[in-house]
Design a protein around this ligand. Structure first.
Ligand SMILES: Nc1nc2c(c(=O)[nH]1)N[C@H]1C(S)=C(S)[C@@H](COP(=O)(O)OP(=O)(O)OC[C@H]3O[C@@H](n4cnc5c(N)ncnc54)[C@H](O)[C@@H]3O)O[C@H]1N2
Ligand code: MOO
Length: 633
């Protein structure tokens, strides 16, 4: 394909304007169907639902006791008990029984003195309608139970049944066809191999659609065949309300989505000022929206959220659906281009009474940024970025209660943080030990896992904490972990010690500056008088133990330095260097916080120790808290 044949002229339309004009052309309206109440959960009411009868529909006893006419009880008291005769003056009733005239009052059985089988006496008067649920106490006939455009919940269902409603008119579930495209895309995990990518986007769309109330249908993967794509799009536009064509939306030689849509319908817009999500295509075929969504998973979510969700909401009649927002302080500067609106995934945490908003990785292929995100923020078009410390508005993707309880950890990441986050509410972000201490300094996190060795004192972390946090730090010491050289299975290059890193046939991969493992390596290199520049790959930095281990596994390197558990997890060999202290650093106030006691409880538990034993390469000692000042004398 030559350059002229590619779709290189991707536009930059304003996303909101593009959507509004698209919607005004499409004029999407909801349609309705009737369903039995039992099937109505989470459906949207098409019109207001009125009760058909009152509830209760007769006067009903509200308590177990006796029914009588209140007048007969006049003047009753302890000194003047009134004796009544069964079936003449009163009848026994149970809760829910109908109360018929001339009875108009119920006395609870506890307040009745039973003399014999036929007679009782009472010692206080009753009033009309005492312990009686009158007709319509709950629902009055023809009263509105729920309005239109309401998502039906279990309470609504129960009330409608009580109100005599059996069948209701709900919004018909819009059908949305999802067409995955791409030679490399597979849906069968057995076919996985280099160059093959699992179709996760179809699952993402399908789940998002189901959650909103639509009916998703995933079509067969089209492997970059233009004619097949055209046929599938035409068929889908006839049989569904919205069509999503996934991937192939940009300028690649096999990006056919634009061609397919424009050859069988019209393209309203190709390319929006949105990041990620730029090469989105808004097309119309058979009066139906056919939307080309970019392939990268985060771009796919953003484009779906920006364009498919509003259309689906129109068809569901839930345009007014409320999205929850929260305001917080941005903990890191975000730079952005003036050209487009950028959607940034963020984590939110309550640190020291402030709501702290921390941006996550921004790559369009990082699906984990969506898993970890508590919310998203928008950097508008024509804005170069947002400064650290500015207040931002976050659209919440999670419950506020979950956010309040969450322990925010920034620092050195280790597999044990994953174990901990399975035991307590914890979000763990990897920025290396030093990065974590700096985040703690600016109150972006509650704890910073750190393992920084001081070359002079031989102590872990203390000198760094004094330097960066001054008087206000505390550290929880308990965990030690085994560091060493991670090599390929069978150690084919026969690496036995750090000196081997300088060998000409050895390719190394390093951890980033500020990472404790990097500090440890540099300490060892200095000790052994080894020049860093003599190590091939010293400059290549990756940010986690698992990432360097994966690099060794995938032949990107012969050796890396890291923890034993990472080598074991990837079935690689390991050459021990020694145990190091993996501490949790915090500010002093956090020792009193209930969330700290949750950490203490978790790491002291048998369950935690057993899990670490399974991972291998850890020691857990009795937890010890050291505060700044403890080492002063
Ligand atoms: N020269 C240019 N190249 C690119 C541009 C551009 O403007 N000029 N735009 C870039 C942007 S921005 C994006 S976003 C992507 C969008 O690419 P496509 O929509 O054409 O998608 P593909 O190239 O076919 O796939 C990209 C990538 O997406 C992943 N993918 C695709 N389908 C699925 C799926 N069903 N499930 C999970 N992941 C999927 C996969 O990793 C593909 O490699 O284009 C840039 N290029
Ligand atoms: O717009 Mo693409 O979706 O940035 O990554």
């Amino acid at each position: 394909m030559t350059k002229n044949q590619r779709n290189i002229y991707i536009g930059n339309s304003d996303p909101s304007i593009a959507l509004e004009t698209y919607k005004s052309i499409l004029k999407l309206l909801p349609s309705s169907e009737k369903v039995d109440i039992k099937e109505a959960l989470d459906r949207i009411s098409f019109c207001p639902i009125y009760s058909k009868k009152s509830s209760p529909y007769y006067h009903a006893a509200a308590m177990d006791g006796i029914a009588l006419n209140h007048k007969i009880t006049k003047g009753a008291s302890e000194v003047n008990p009134i004796v009544l005769k069964k079936s003449v003056d009163f009848d026994y009733v149970n809760t829910g029984n109908p109360i018929k005239a001339p009875y108009d009052s119920v006395i609870m059985i506890e307040d009745v003195i039973e003399s014999d089988d036929e007679h009782i006496s009472i010692i206080s008067p009753s009033k009309p309608f005492d312990h009686i649920r009158p007709v319509g106490e709950d629902i009055v006939a023809n009263e509105m139970i729920i309005p239109s455009a309401k998502r039906i919940n279990p309470f609504d269902m129960a009330s409608m049944i009580q109100g005599g409603v059996q069948e209701i008119e709900v919004v018909k579930k819009p059908k949305i066809s999802i067409i995955p495209t791409g030679k490399e895309i597979i849906s069968n995990p057995q076919e996985i191999g280099k160059g093959k990518i699992m179709d996760s986007n179809s699952i993402l769309f399908s789940a998002l659609i189901t959650k909103l109330g639509g009916n998703p249908l995933i079509k067969n993967i089209i492997r970059d065949d233009l004619q097949e794509l055209k046929n599938t799009i035409i068929e889908a536009s006839q049989s569904s309300d919205i069509v999503i064509v996934n991937a192939g939306s940009s300028a690649g030689t096999e990006d056919y989505t634009l061609k397919a849509i424009e050859s069988v319908g019209e393209v309203h817009c190709h390319g929006v000022a949105l990041k990620p999500g730029k090469p989105t295509i808004l097309g119309i075929i058979n009066q139906k929206p056919v939307i080309g969504i970019p392939g990268y998973p985060v771009s796919a979510f953003v484009a779906f959220d920006e364009f498919v969700r509003p259309l689906l909401e129109s068809l569901l009649n839930i345009e007014s659906q409320k999205i929850k927002y929260i305001e917080g302080i941005l903990s890191k500067r975000i730079t952005s281009s003036l050209k487009h609106k950028e959607i940034v995934r963020v984590q939110v945490g309550r640190v020291d009474d402030k709501t702290i908003v921390t941006p996550l990785q921004r790559g369009a292929g990082i699906t984990m940024s969506l898993v970890k995100a508590d919310g998203i923020i928008e950097v508008p078009r024509n804005v170069e970025g947002i400064e650290k410390g500015q207040v931002v508005k976050v659209r919440l993707l999670k419950d506020l209660g979950d956010i309040d309880r969450k322990i925010v950890s920034i620092g050195s990441h280790d597999l044990i943080m994953d174990i901990l986050s399975d035991m307590i509410p914890l979000s763990s972000n990897n920025s290396g030990s030093l990065g974590g201490i700096l985040s703690l300094k600016t109150n972006e996190c509650h704890i910073a896992p750190s393992h920084l060795l001081d070359e002079e004192t031989g102590l872990y972390n203390i000198s760094y904490l004094n330097k960066y946090l001054g008087e206000d730090w505390a550290v929880l010491k308990s965990i030690k972990r085994l560091q060493g050289l991670i090599v390929k299975k069978g150690n084919p290059k026969n690496i036995t010690e750090i000196k081997d890193l300088t060998r000409e046939d050895i390719k190394f991969v390093n951890r980033q500056r500020g990472a404790g493992t990097r500090v440890l390596l540099d300490y060892k290199l200095k000790d052994l008088n080894i020049n860093k520049s003599s190590i091939y790959g010293y400059e290549r930095e990756l940010t986690t133990h698992m990432a360097v281990a994966a690099e060794v596994l995938e032949d990107g390197a012969d050796v890396a330095m890291g923890v034993y558990s990472a080598a074991k997890a990837m079935d690689l060999d390991f050459i021990e260097i020694g145990y190091e202290e993996y501490d949790f650093v915090m500010k002093k106030y956090f020792i009193e916080d209930y969330r700290f006691s949750e950490i203490l409880k978790a790491i002291s538990s048998k369950d935690f120790k057993e899990k670490l034993e399974k991972l291998g390469g850890y020691k857990v000692d009795e937890p010890k808290i050291i505060r700044s000042g403890d080492y002063d004398d």
